[in-house]
Design a protein around this ligand. Structure first.
Ligand SMILES: *Cc1c(COP(=O)(O)O)cnc(C)c1O
Length: 463
C-alpha cells in the first residue's frame, strides 16, 4: 500500500551541499575507519542517518534567537526564557539546563543509584544504561513482549511490562530499586511510543513501592502525537495538554533537547517539586560538572534557540509531517518486503537486520553488517541498535545478546526530502537482494570498557 508523503510545512532558505563519493572511495574510507561508522568524516557521507540527535535544521526564528542570546554567566534572560518555556510545557517546579541528555543523567543518577541498586526501565538508552552503571547500579529493561517481535503491529510497543515490573520489584526488594525510568518514546525499541495508560499504571506502582519515577524525555513531543492519534480519549486534546498529563506522572525528568527540542545542542533536567531537597543536590552536582545552574554548560544562544524550538517541536502540523516521513518509508519497505520494527516509531526506521541476515549470529553483529553495507552501497550512514551497541555484561565481560538486531535509520528533523528517503529505500532494497551472499559478520579487534560502539574497531570475518 502506497502512502502519500506529507509535504513539508516549511520552505528551504539555506542549503548545504552534499556529495556521494564513489563506491571505491567509500570502501577505502570505511576500512580506514576500522568499520566503525562513527569514525567517518561527515563529508564522506551522502545521507547521514546516524542519529536524529542534534542534527536538526533550525528555523528562522531560532537563528534570530541565536543573535538575541544573553551570554551572562548568571541569570541570563535566555535562561529565564528557557525556564519559562519548560515550566509552561512540562509543569515542573524546577528546571535545570545541561549541555545534553547524558549530562542530566550524570548529575541525577548518582543521587539515586549506587552499588547494589537497580534501575528498571521500559528500556535504557545506551548512555542511560552507561550512567546507571557508572553510578554503580545495574540496569534492567522491562519492555512489553510485543516490542520484541518487529512484525507485531500493535500500538504502544514502547510500554513497560507492568506485571513483570511489579514482579521484579518484589524479587529485588523495593528498597534496592533506586529508580524507575520511563523512556518516551522508547528509543531502543524503535522509537515506539508509551501510552498514557501505561504511564498511569507505572506511576501507581512507583507510588505503591515508594520508588521515584524519572522520565527520560528525549522524544516527548513525538510520544504525545502518537497518544493523540492512537489512544482512546486523546483525539481532541492538544499536544501540549497531552505532554502536561504525561509529565504529571514523573517525579523528575532527564532530557536530551537535541531531539524534540529541534536544536543542535542542549539538555535539561527537571524536578517536580521546587522545594524538594533534591534541587540543592542537583544544583551542586551541576555546578561541579556542568556549569552554574542558570546555564549548565550551554551558551545563552543555545538556551534561546531551545526555548523557541520547544514550541516548534510540539506543533501538530510539524509532528504530522515528521511521523508522516516514517510512515512513507515504512510503506515503501512493506512493498519491498523488508522487515522493520512496525508500526513505525517517531524518529526513524529500525530495520530488522536479524530478518535480513538470519544466518549471521548476534556475536557477529548483523545490524552492524547492514549499516556497513548501506554505507558501501550508497553512502548512507545508519547505526547498529543491537548486540554490538549493547556491549558486554559489566560483571562477566561476556557479550550480551540484544533482544533485537536493528539497523537504525534515524531521520534528522526538517533536513531530508522525499527524494532522499527514496534513495534510502532503494539502497536497502539493493542490499537485501544480495544479503544471502554476505555469509559472515565482524569481530571486534579493540574496544573501550564503556559505550564501546562509539570507538570500537572491527574486522570482517573471512568467509
Ligand atoms: C539521546 C538520548 C539520551 C542521551 O542524550 P544525549 O543528548 O545524546 O547525551 C538519553 N536517552 C534517550 C532516550 C535518548 O534518545
Amino acid at each position: 500500500m502506497s502512502i502519500k508523503y506529507v509535504a513539508e510545512p516549511f520552505r528551504i532558505k539555506s542549503v548545504e551541499p552534499i556529495r556521494m563519493a564513489t563506491r571505491q572511495e567509500r570502501e577505502a574510507k570505511i576500512l580506514a575507519a576500522h568499520n566503525n561508522l562513527f569514525g567517518l568524516k561527515s563529508e564522506d557521507v551522502y545521507i547521514d542517518l546516524l542519529t536524529d540527535s542534534g542534527t536538526n535544521a533550525m528555523s528562522v526564528e531560532q537563528w534570530a534567537g541565536v543573535m538575541r542570546g544573553d551570554e551572562a554567566y548568571a541569570g541570563a534572560s535566555s535562561y529565564l526564557k528557557l525556564e519559562a518555556a519548560a515550566k509552561d510545557i512540562f509543569g515542573f517546579g524546577y528546571v535545570q539546563p545541561v549541555h545534553q541528555g547524558r549530562a542530566a543523567e550524570k548529575v541525577l543518577f548518582p543521587l539515586f543509584l549506587c552499588a547494589g541498586k537497580y534501575a528498571i526501565s521500559n528500556m535504557h538508552f545506551d548512555t542511560t544504561r552507561a550512567h546507571v552503571e557508572l553510578a554503580g547500579g545495574r540496569a534492567i529493561d522491562c519492555v512489553v513482549a510485543a516490542a520484541k517481535d518487529p512484525s507485531t503491529r500493535v500500538p504502544f510497543k514502547g510500554n513497560m511490562d507492568v506485571e513483570r515490573l511489579e514482579k521484579l520489584i518484589n524479587e529485588l526488594g523495593a528498597q534496592n530499586v533506586g529508580l524507575i525510568i520511563m523512556t518516551i518514546t522508547n528509543n531502543s525499541a524503535g522509537g515506539q511510543p508509551v501510552s498514557m495508560q501505561n504511564m498511569r499504571e507505572v506511576s501507581a506502582i512507583c507510588k505503591k513501592y515508594d520508588i521515584p519515577m524519572n522520565i527520560d524525555a528525549a522524544r516527548y513531543a513525538e510520544n504525545a502525537y502518537f497518544i493523540k492519534r492512537d489512544e482512546a480519549g486523546y483525539a481532541d486534546k492538544s499536544i501540549k495538554e497531552i505532554i502536561a498529563e504525561t509529565f504529571s506522572f514523573g517525579d523528575m525528568f532527564t532530557m536530551s533537547a537535541k531531539k524534540d527540542g529541534i536544536v543542535n545542542m542542549g539538555g535539561m533536567l527537571g524536578v517536580r517539586d521546587a522545594e524538594s531537597p533534591l534541587v540543592l543536590k542537583v544544583k551542586a552536582n551541576c555546578i561541579s560538572y556542568e556549569g552554574f545552574y542558570t546555564y549548565g554548560g550551554l551558551s545563552g544562544r543555545d538556551m534561546e534557540a531551545l526555548a523557541i524550538g520547544m514550541y516548534e517541536g510540539i506543533d501538530e502540523n510539524f509532528l504530522r509531517y515528521r511521523v508522516g516521513q516514517m510512515e512513507y518509508m515504512g510503506a515503501k519497505l512493506d512493498e519491498a518486503g523488508i522487515a522493520y520494527q512496525s508500526p513505525v516509531g517517531g524518529h526513524g526506521l529500525f530495520i530488522d537486520a536479524k530478518a535480513m541476515f538470519p544466518h549471521i549470529p548476534y556475536y557477529e553483529y548483523p545490524a552492524q553488517v547492514l549499516a556497513l553495507e548501506l554505507y558501501k552501497e550508497a553512502g548512507i550512514r545508519g547505526c547498529d541498535i543491537g548486540s554490538y551497541m549493547m556491549g558486554n555484561n559489566p560483571d562477566t565481560g561476556e557479550q550480551l545478546e540484544s533482544e533485537f538486531e536493528f539497523t537504525r535509520m534515524a531521520i534528522p528533523r526538517r533536513v531530508y526530502t522525499q527524494a532522499h528517503l527514496d534513495v534510502v529505500v532503494e539502497a536497502l532494497t539493493a542490499v537485501k537482494a544480495r544479503a544471502h551472499t554476505i555469509k559472515r559478520g565482524y569481530r571486534i579487534t579493540w574496544e573501550p570498557p564503556v559505550l564501546r560502539h562509539f570507538q570500537a574497531r572491527l574486522e570482517k570475518i573471512s568467509e
